[in-house]
Write a protein that binds this ligand. Structure first.
Ligand SMILES: [Fe+2]
Ligand SMILES: [Fe+2]
Length: 139
């Protein structure tokens, strides 16, 4: 792991954050069923967190001398509420694993502030995932 590799990985994380923003936005528009009002609020509340993550990653990539990627990773298609929640849970699980790994890599390279921020993002994504788990558990 060197700085260039870390910038590359942070750009992949950024593409996934852009994807999360789009995923929550589109799901909020498309979700149907008796729980639509709650789910729209829930999805839209997540957008703010993911947007903050994306902004942090883009700022950090520039600070490290890189150029932020401007393309989002693919958003999984989903037409019913339960599939949307499962897709969201998968995306949040992947984000948790990615940020754990990225925090270790940042630590290895001596970027302590970045590592701490990435660990904070592990916390945010874990909260997101646990909320979705609770919704699905009671379905
Ligand atoms: Fe995020
Ligand atoms: Fe999230």
């Amino acid at each position: 792991m060197d700085k260039e590799k870390l910038i590359h990985c942070l750009n992949e994380d950024l593409a996934n954050e852009f994807s999360a923003i789009i995923q929550y936005t589109i799901y909020a528009s498309r979700v149907t069923g008796p729980f639509r009002p709650e789910l729209v609020k829930f999805f839209m509340a997540e957008v703010a967190d993911e947007q903050r993550h994306a902004q942090y990653l883009a700022d950090k990539i520039v600070s490290l001398g890189g150029v932020p990627n401007s393309v989002a990773a693919d958003v999984p298609d989903a037409s019913d509420a339960k599939t949307m929640l499962r897709e969201v849970m998968n995306a949040e699980s992947r984000a948790i694993e990615a940020y754990k790994e990225r925090a270790n890599q940042a630590n290895e390279l001596g970027y302590k502030a970045l590592a701490l921020e990435l660990e904070d993002m592990v916390k945010d994504e874990t909260n997101h995932k646990e909320e979705v788990e609770k919704i699905l558990a009671g379905w």
